[in-house]
Design a binder for this molecule. Structure first.
Ligand code: PLP
Ligand code: ZN
Length: 396
């Protein structure tokens, strides 16, 4: 007999309609993403700070609030939380931390979402996995598909960082390169998936990537010894991590771990692709498609995020904000983070350094605040971008 599922239902994030979690599910009939719901009273009985001490050091340690299928795992999660004192001092912050997600398998936090999505897809009998990607999600999907023994099709813009193309090919995935953006790649997958028999693993078009990414919120609570930081800066493309962490905080409150207080969430975007910042500044509930999206931070090149309404409502609910940085600022900040702290960040991660500096200067972040920057990926995959940065360095 099959084990009863941890997940009692999938609930639409917009209209509230309930969907059966024992079947393959993608978007709600209303077109919006589904979120997994658990029996949190039951989860809280065994998922405790004490019980976590002896569990495996992967994100699967939070078993009660994840799908309970045999995990397709490569050791993802439980990444280092580094107290970056020199960097903090440079902006007047004593408690500045970097959560270094570049340490995950395939070098980015995409591994978190993909381990859970692939685990569930395999359990549901998927024959082939497909996803559009701006870069790192493709590498992660290709790797976890290989680990699951399933074929993968990765659809990416032709100008995706070369390392991402190479890794997908090395993992044995089929790579489709398009002259366009991730939104065009998403359309390609949507148009071909039924005919080809692909299980669509696109961001938020299946309910489990957000489950994997929410574990970043659980880890912060555990690593700060049952407390949450005051401010979290998150480089926002599709916003899955931001949505996931806020979902985790709600679950933690329902389990009695925290009260109603929340870290103030900051969505950091590139000036060349900032649909969320634009909507935030215009006090809108949803975002408009951002035309001519361009940035070296490939993970932020998401002109029309599907979870826009969720991101914006979470920024509002947490008294957060949204802010842009330029590509040149990211490259500069990346060198600063690397040389001051020994962390070689993706430009997306480096973007949070600049954002923190600006928000500290404007006193939106207070000197006594505990602040977490998410370095969402390793800098090692961005050779083309760093080449540009080094050219800058030489002309200084
Ligand atoms: C995908 C990606 C992001 C954006 O993540 P979302 O959760 O989709 O907003 C940020 N940084 C890196 C390195 C990424 O690969
Ligand atoms: Zn709905």
């Amino acid at each position: 007999m099959a084990k009863p599922s941890n997940i009692i239902e999938l609930e639409c994030s917009a209209c509230g309609k309930k969907h059966d979690p024992s079947r393959e599910q993608h978007l709600c009939t209303c077109g919006k993403p589904l979120l997994a719901r658990y029996d949190l009273r039951r989860a809280a009985a065994t998922l405790t700070f004490e019980s976590l001490k002896t569990r495996p050091r992967t994100l699967w340690r939070y078993a009660e609030v994840l799908p309970n299928d045999p995990p397709v795992s490569l050791g993802e999660g439980m990444t280092a939380l580094v107290h970056t004192e020199r960097l903090g001092a440079s902006m007047g912050l004593k408690r500045l931390y970097v959560k270094d997600e570049g340490l995950n398998p395939t070098g980015s936090f995409k591994a978190r979402g993909i381990t859970v999505a692939v685990t569930r897809a395999k359990q549901l009998g998927a024959k082939a996995l497909a996803a559009p990607t701006a870069g790192n999600a493709g590498g992660a999907l290709a790797a976890y598909a290989a680990a699951a023994g399933l074929p993968a099709v990765i659809v990416m813009p032709a100008d995706t960082p070369y390392a991402n193309i190479m890794e997908c090919q090395a993992f044995g995935a089929k790579v489709v390169k398009l002259n366009g953006l991730i939104s065009d790649c998403g359309k390609y997958v949507a148009e071909h998936k039924d005919g080809e028999g692909w299980y669509d693993v696109s961001t938020l078009k299946e309910p489990y990537r957000v489950e994997g990414k929410k574990t970043m919120g659980y880890e912060l609570w555990e690593q700060f010894e049952r407390k949450l930081p005051d401010v979290i800066l998150y480089p926002t493309g599709g916003g899955v991590g931001l949505i996931g962490m806020c979902k985790a905080f709600d679950e933690m409150q329902k389990m009695g771990w925290i009260g109603s207080e929340r870290p103030r969430m900051v969505a950091v975007q590139a000036e060349g692709c900032a649909p969320i910042v634009k909507a935030w500044e215009a006090h809108q509930d949803s975002a408009q498609f951002f035309p001519n999206a361009a940035t070296i931070a490939s993970g932020l090149r998401v002109p029309g995020p599907l979870g826009d309404h969720l991101i914006l409502s979470m920024l509002r609910q947490t008294n957060g904000t949204a802010i842009t940085v330029t590509d040149d600022e990211m490259l500069q900040a990346g060198r600063e983070l690397a040389s001051l702290e020994g962390i070689f960040a993706a430009p997306e991660g480096a973007a949070t350094v600049i954002a923190a500096r600006k928000l500290a200067a404007s006193a939106w972040i207070k000197p006594q605040d505990t602040v977490v920057l998410f370095n969402t990926g390793t800098g090692y995959k961005y050779a083309e971008a760093w080449q540009r940065a080094l050219q800058f360095a030489q002309t200084e």
